[in-house]
Design a binder for this molecule. Structure first.
Ligand SMILES: Cc1cc2nc3c(=O)[nH]c(=O)nc-3n(C[C@H](O)[C@H](O)[C@H](O)COP(=O)(O)O)c2cc1C
Length: 316
């Protein structure tokens, strides 16, 4: 990369695209397209690339931006990612992934983690997977988030690669039993907190992908159920009310409302006015100049009849 990126460049672009869960940050991706793939979650920066020096540079920018963790993506099977020689195809190159981890760790102070599959294509999910983990662990990675299925790199879309290769939780459980010193987080197919809590009998952590996105309110009970917090979980209305000042702050910084609103489209999933709530957000948050009043309107509609909030004329 001839042009040198500054942390300010990346901050400025990331500030325009706030993801709530793991989701692409297109503007940042454009910015660093010659450097790496960049995705933003709440607290970790998910990066993918095969070049240790450039990865380390991206990681340093992410650390400077304020992330708590750098996560190397060795699980994405998309064609675009394969063309860039990163994501799941790197399961075949454990030594290179180890070099990437070591280079990033040498550059940043925050933890460096790896998200991977249990293999790709015809790899052996026992020996090849163990070799991958051991090689990358020897290079210094202590935390692995394992999507408990293979990726099939030919012929399946990314969506199909989240559904068709069979889940093998037992393989991830064995990994934890064999390598108890490593922190192992299981991912894949966990649809609710009961499933996630069940996995905690076998591994150190559980990661929800689509469930957290489609039915985000299930996360409201995580503190109580898993971390021992007392008190009632926040209501859906509490969550939106807390989000409004956050959204206002980011709108003032040039962010579009939809970059925030799209991550709470599922908040009222399964509730009486959930579809209307979703429609208001999805139709109005994309409009130029949309402000926090859209959140307020969606909240009022969703809570109409629930004791207090008044629905505007557009309500069902
Ligand atoms: C829309 C979407 C975007 C995703 N983006 C990323 C990503 O940026 N990085 C990543 O490691 N995984 C990403 N994933 C994969 C999820 O992290 C997770 O591994 C996958 O959805 C399987 O978990 P689940 O069955 O709980 O959904 C994405 C998944 C979806 C549906």
């Amino acid at each position: 990369m001839s042009e040198k990126l500054t942390a300010g460049d990346l901050k400025s672009d990331l500030a325009k695209a706030h993801a709530w869960a793991l989701a692409p940050v297109e503007t940042a991706h454009d910015l660093v397209r010659n450097l790496t793939g960049v995705y933003q979650s709440l607290r970790d920066l998910d990066i993918g690339r095969y070049d240790p020096a450039r990865l380390a540079e991206a990681a340093a920018i992410g650390e400077d931006f304020g992330y708590d963790e750098i996560n190397l993506n060795v699980g994405c099977p998309s064609d675009r990612v394969q063309e860039g020689r990163f994501g799941a195809c790197l399961m075949r190159e454990p030594a290179l992934v180890g070099d990437c981890v070591a280079a990033v760790q040498a550059r940043v102070r925050i933890p460096v983690t790896v998200k991977c599959r249990i293999g790709v294509d015809d790899q052996d999910a026992e020996t090849d997977f163990r070799n991958f983990i051991d090689t990358v662990a020897t290079a210094g990675c202590r935390v692995f988030v394992v999507h408990a299925r293979k990726a099939w790199l030919e012929g399946l879309s990314p969506k199909e690669n989240r559904e068709i290769p069979p889940l093998d939780y037992a393989r991830v459980h064995r990994l934890k039993a064999e390598r108890p010193d490593l922190t192992i987080v299981l991912n894949g197919g966990l649809g609710d907190l009961d499933s996630a809590c069940g996995q905690l009998q076998h591994v150190d952590g559980a990661m929800l992908g689509r469930a957290a996105y489609q039915t985000p309110y299930l996360l409201a009970d995580v503190d109580r159920r898993i971390f021992g917090a007392s008190g009632a979980p926040p209501t859906r209305a509490d969550i939106i009310e807390r989000l409004i000042p956050y959204a206002g702050h980011h709108l003032a910084a040039g962010c579009r409302l939809n970059n925030i609103a799209r991550h709470i489209l599922g908040l009222y999933h399964g509730r009486p006015r959930g579809r209307l709530y979703r429609r208001i957000l999805s139709e109005q948050a994309v409009r130029a100049g949309a402000g926090v009043e859209v959140l307020q309107q969606a909240l009022a509609v969703a809570e109409a009849g629930a004791g207090g909030a008044v629905a505007p004329a557009a309500a069902e």
